[in-house]
Structures are given as C-alpha cells and as structure tokens.
Design a protein around this ligand. Structure first.
Ligand code: IVH
Length: 694
C-alpha cells in the first residue's frame, strides 16, 4: 500500500525534496542573520531583506507543511497555552553559589585564600587562575539540546527539580533553536534569563499609559514571563540570556568535548551562538579579582541590565574537580555582591515637581536610605494613579529601587507597617511653581500645569520650542544659550527675548561680539513671521504645526482665534474636543494673553486676512491618512500631491478621516480605518481621487 503510494507520488516527492533543500538554506540564512542581530548587535542586512527572506520561508513552509520542524525560525511563537508547568528532574543538579560575606573588594582575597588552602598550595606557589564574571540578576535557566536541537528549557526550581518552560524560552530570539553540527549529542547550556533595564522601563511606561499595574523590577518581570502558561504573553516580554556554564554533556569517552578551562568552555558557547557577557575575563590571583570587582562597581550603573555582584570561578576544570562541592555549593566559585538596588525605607512626605513639559510628578521624600550605591532621599511616584494603585501613603514603609541611571522610584508598600490614619494623597489644583490651573485630560494618567510659557519650570522648554526652525526660526538660539539666558535671569518670558540688547548678550560667558550680533539679527528677522508659525511657537498643548496651519487658515487673524468659542474652534478641520479644550484652557490664563500681547508689542507681526473661504481645490476639507508602503509613490510624494489638491494629510485615523491610503505592511491604522468604516484606497485609488489615472 505504502509502496504504491510512493510510486504514485514520485514527481511530487522530488518537488518536496527540492523544497526541503531550499527551506534548509533559508533557515540557515535567517539563523545567521538573527544571531548577528539579536546576539552580536551587528545586523548584516536591512530589516526589510530579513523580512523578505523570512516571508519566503513562511510561504514555502505553508506550501509543504510536512517540512515544518519545531526548530524552524518561523516556529518561535505558536504553541498552545499549557494547563500547567510540568516538573523536570535535572540530569545534573543546578547548584547555588556561596556568597562572600565581606562586601568590600577585599572579599576576593578571602575567597582566594580559601581556594589556595583547600588546594594545599604553599604561600610562594604561583597565583591561581580564575574567571571573573558578572552576577546577573535574573533567573537561572538550563537549555537542553539533543542532536543540536533545543528539546527542553527548565527553571532551576529547588536545584533538583525545576519546571518545563520550553514553550516560553523558544520565543526568545537570543536562544538558538538549533546549534551548529559540531555540538555533542547531548548538551545542556546553563545561564541567566534577564530583562534589560530599558526594556523594563519601556514595558512599565506602556503599562502606566494604559493605566495598568506596573512591574516591580526586571528580575521579577523576567521570572513572571518565563513562567507564563501562554507563550504568546512571554513572546511580548523582551527577555534576554547570558550563558555561564554547562549541565549534562556527552562524556569525553563518548565523544563529548574536553575543555581544559572554564574560559575555553565559555568561548566555545559563544562560538555555538550563545550570548556571553563581554565583561567575562580571565583573572590571575586575588589582586586581579579585586581589580575586577572595583572596575565593575564603577561600570555597574552604565550596564544595560541589573547585576547584583560578580562571580569568581576557578578557571582550570581539573582544579574545580579537585575542590569539589560542599552540600549544594561548589568550592570553586563564589559570589561577591554589591550594595542592593532595592531597600526599604519610610515616606516622610510627598512633594510635587513640575517638569519641563508641565507634567506634575509626585515625589516621595524619604528617610535617607543607601540603595544602589548612593544615599537616596527622594524617589518618584510617577503619577496619582500609580500612588493609588500601589496604595502609597505618607508614613508607609516602602520598597525603593535605584538601578543604573534610572531615577530612584517607589515600587511598592511593605504591607502591614502603616501607622495611624493618614490621608490619601491629592494632586494640587494649581501649579506649585506658577499657580496656573492644573488639568488632567480624560484618559491620561498625568496631571499638567497649563502655565506653558509662563511657568518658570517650563521656561527653557518653551523658549527652545519658540525658537525652533518650524516655529519662530531664531537661528543660533540653542540649548546652551537658553540655559545661560534663563539661569542668568536675562530672560524670564518669551517677550524678554526681544528685549535683550547687545550689552546684555555680551555680558554672557563665552559670547563674542560676532555671535551676539548674529543672534540679534536672527531675533529681528524672526519678528516677521506667519500666524501659523506664531501659533505653533506658543507651544499650546496639542497644537502642532498642522493644527496651527488649520487654525490660521480657518480664522485668518489672531484676534479671531482669541475670541473664538470652543464651538467655533470645533469647526476647524481636525480640531476635536481635546484640542479645542487645550486651546481654550491656554487662552483662559490671563498671563498667557499678556505674553501674546507683549510679543506683538515687541514687533512680532504677520500678514492677517479674512477667514478662509471655501476654496475650490478638489480635496479641500478632506482629511487623508497614509499608511504602509505604496508600490511606486513615496510617502512624501503622496503627501505633496494630496496637499496640492487641498487635502489635509493627518497622522492618525479618526472618525473625521475621509480616506486611508494603505500600502504594503499597513498596520494598526488600516485596522482602525476598517473598524471606523473609513474608506480605504490603494495607490490606484489614490491616483483616481487625485484625478490622475495611472
Ligand atoms: S554559576 C555552580 N555564574 O546566581 C555555580 N551563576 O546562586 C552555578 N548567577 O541561581 C551558578 N550570574 O542564576 C553562575 N555568572 C554567573 C551567574 C550566576 C548569576 C545566578 C544563578 C544562580 C545563582 C547562584
């Protein structure tokens, strides 16, 4: 029966055999590129080329489903959620490391002395060779490869029995699903799964924006992701890996590898495609261990991930065997820690700070605490909703985290330690710096000061925005100069800019006659502007360049805008309730009006005209959104053509959008258009709309 079938399908089989060869070549190409991209951080081809080859592989696999194997790069996400995690008994137990009690750099000497004593070395014997590594603050993982294919990933558990988390680990781009052909038949690679600090911050930022609970620290987040039942969730968490050792490996007698040193072993792991930390180094004797400890202590804050210390390991594997184990810890390795990055302290008060963009940030005043290597007295609480969600109140014992350059933050309350009743924290209704109204827009987590260019806290930002090329275009007024002008109390408000004279400028440090003259000329030149630029320059929240143009075109004059009601503002194309409200609040602050008047008094002017009449351009009043890649037109071309026809090209899709022009790889904007029932055009449709046939 099967023979007959084989004969019958012979031609198809040869097609399949050809596909198999092609598929294998594509996989090798993709794996190589992915390794360069995810592990080496050195991409060799543009993303588009990678995507093209990836899609080619997907297409072939779809055509020949029988050729899909679990280690194909297309299969990283995909498994169904598990009902529970299954226990895995480790072939070789996963040990812990003894922690050196002396936290000073001299702790390394204590370890070296112990090693020398246990090896029976004489005082004048040569120094012992070590490998010095980072102690990553993540979770231990063992990766089992059989015949070079990843078959199982497991957590450490109690060291004897861990949990099978293969479905989640497979989604990690840094972990090879298949190894080169020179690996031993059985190979267990051990290392640490972690989350980089920036990835953790981004994740929390996104959680905050969505009003969802934030994660405590990268380690907990990584551990939570690894133990998810649904691989789709783990796949969304940016996890990374560093290899630092081996578990079970085919023995030498059966053709397994024979490493002389731990360092050689790490080099081989790197060769096989595993990330090994660049700081990992050989170190001779106690003095080089001490130097490593001191160097890493300095570099710690700049590392992209958390470490809680360093690890020293005897390099020669023969010596490791000689030293052996003490219960669950090897005698040949030690962990040498740094000050903790999380500590408990008490909140003594909550202040509110105003940032450069007007955002109000509640900041906890703390009983001083030594965390992450410095004494911390303040920690951010981010916003009101974070405070509510974490249940933080004055007097509470809280966990403070300070890692790297990230500002110290309160990550949680220690339960049960609250003193007698303390009131809930409230946001001030007026800016603590300038007294302007504080607002919070619906759906936003942050409160903001509406003072804008009047608020001293926002002054520098407001000045830079005002001077920007697309605003008043004041050539030469950059960050350094703005700092000098504001810090030197030369400029308080925007109109002050036009009041600085040559003498005032020359009084500034590092300001030569020529630069001063140039700046004055640039200021003078900027006075002659357009209403749209002026409106944009004021820095009204939500009033970007396009909205400013719309407002200018619609109303024609500044006074018409100043006198407009919210309803009238809503008549402007693309001005919705949020924007109208922002303009209204801005103009309701008397000091903002004063700034506007003073700028006019200083000679800032623009041509004014009557409100725009309905133009005769074919697409006047129509809003179009471009998304994806069009077959022949660049996005810039399409935009220019649309604008020339009177259309407005917007960045996001709303109910007011008339058309969405979608090209290849269009994403969420296309989905939104379909959801809202907005007309969707391709390039041909766009040309037809413009009255041009292809
Ligand atoms: S070696 C036999 N090296 O620290 C020694 N461990 O207490 C096995 N860790 O759970 C571990 N960085 O997750 C080793 N460079 C490193 C490490 C490291 C972090 C963790 C590991 C383990 C714990 C040991």
């Amino acid at each position: 029966m099967s023979k007959n079938l084989d004969l019958f399908s012979a031609p198809a089989q040869s097609e399949q055999a050809q596909a198999a060869i092609k598929i294998e070549a594509l996989r090798q190409q993709i794996n190589r590129w992915a390794h360069l991209y995810y592990v080496q951080d050195a991409p060799e081809v543009p993303d588009a080329e990678y995507d093209r080859v990836f899609r080619a592989l997907q297409a072939l696999e779809a055509q020949f489903p029988g050729l899909v194997t679990p280690e194909s790069p297309t299969q990283r996400v995909g498994g169904a959620p598990r009902p529970e995690l299954t226990p895995v008994r480790h072939a070789v137990p996963m040990l812990s490391i003894h922690t050196e009690t002396d936290v000073s750099p001299a702790g390394a000497q204590a370890f070296d002395a112990r090693v020398r004593r246990e090896l029976g070395l004489a005082a004048d014997a040569p120094p012992v060779a070590y490998v010095a590594e980072l102690k990553f603050d993540g979770l231990a993982m063992t990766l089992r490869y059989e015949a070079g294919v990843l078959v199982q990933a497991a957590t450490r558990g109690d060291g004897e029995v861990g949990e099978d988390v293969t479905h989640n680990i497979r989604t990690m781009r840094q972990i090879p699903l298949r190894l080169p052909s020179d690996v031993p038949p059985v190979l267990e690679v051990r290392g640490e799964v972690y989350m980089a600090r920036a990835d953790f911050e981004n994740l929390n930022e996104a959680q905050r924006e969505r009003g969802q609970k934030t994660f405590i620290n990268p380690r907990n987040t990584a551990a939570g992701a690894v133990r998810q039942l649904d691989p789709a969730i783990a796949a969304q968490r940016p996890l990374k890996f560093f290899a630092y050792g081996l578990g079970e490996v085919t023995p030498v007698e059966q053709g397994g590898p024979d490493f002389a040193t731990h360092f050689d072993l790490l080099q081989q792991l790197k060769q096989w495609g595993f990330p090994v930390a660049a700081q990992t180094t050989q170190a001779l004797g106690a003095s080089e261990l001490v130097a490593f400890h001191e160097r890493i202590a300095k570099e710690r804050d700049q590392l992209p991930y958390d470490i809680d210390g360093v690890v020293y390991k005897v390099d020669a594997l023969a010596l490791q065997r000689q030293l052996g184990f003490k219960t669950r810890e090897p005698r040949w390795a030690v962990a040498h820690k740094y000050p903790a990055q999380e500590m408990v302290t008490r909140i003594e008060g909550i202040d509110v700070q105003v940032g450069r963009t007007g955002k109000l940030t509640p900041v906890a005043r703390l009983a001083p605490v030594f965390v992450g290597g410095v004494t911390v007295t303040n920690a951010t609480l981010h916003n009101l909703f974070e405070i509510r969600k974490k249940g933080v109140r004055v007097g509470d014992q809280v966990i403070v985290r300070r890692a790297g350059d990230v500002i110290p933050e309160v990550v949680g309350v220690v339960p049960g330690a609250r003193p007698s009743y303390v009131a809930n924290f409230r946001m001030p209704t007026h800016c603590p710096i300038c007294g302007s109204d504080v607002v919070r827009e619906p759906g936003e987590a942050n409160h903001r000061c509406t003072g804008g260019l009047f608020c001293p806290a926002q002054r520098k930002e407001a000045l830079l925005h005002f001077a920007a090329r697309r605003a008043m275009d004041i050539d030469g007024l950059g960050e350094k100069l703005v700092d000098q002008l504001v810090d030197g109390a030369v400029v308080h408000t925007l109109p002050d800019l036009y009041r600085i004279g040559l003498v005032g400028l020359l009084a500034l440090e590092r300001m030569g006659e020529k630069s001063a003259q140039n700046l004055l000329a640039a200021l003078e030149k900027s006075k002659s502007t357009t209403l749209a630029r002026f409106l944009f320059a004021l820095g009204i929240r939500h009033v970007g360049e396009a909205t400013a143009k719309d407002l200018a075109r619609h109303f024609g004059s500044l006074d018409a805008i100043l006198n407009a009601t919210t309803d009238e503002l809503l008549q402007v194309p693309d001005v919705g309730p949020v924007v109208a409200e922002a303009i209204h609040t801005f103009l309701a602050q008397p000091h903002n009006l004063e700034v506007v008047e003073q700028l006019r008094a200083c000679g800032v002017h623009w041509p004014e005209g009557p409100p725009a009449e309905r133009t005769t351009l074919p697409l006047a009043g129509q809003t179009v959104v471009l998304t994806g890649t069009l077959p022949t037109l660049t996005r810039e071309d399409a935009k220019t053509m649309l604008e020339a026809a009177g259309a407005k090209v917007a960045g996001s899709v709303s109910k007011k959008t008339h058309y969405v022009v979608a090209g290849e790889d269009a994403g969420s904007k296309l989905a939104k258009a379909q959801e809202l029932g907005v007309a969707v055009l391709d390039e041909t449709g766009l040309m037809a709309l413009l009255g041009k046939s292809a």
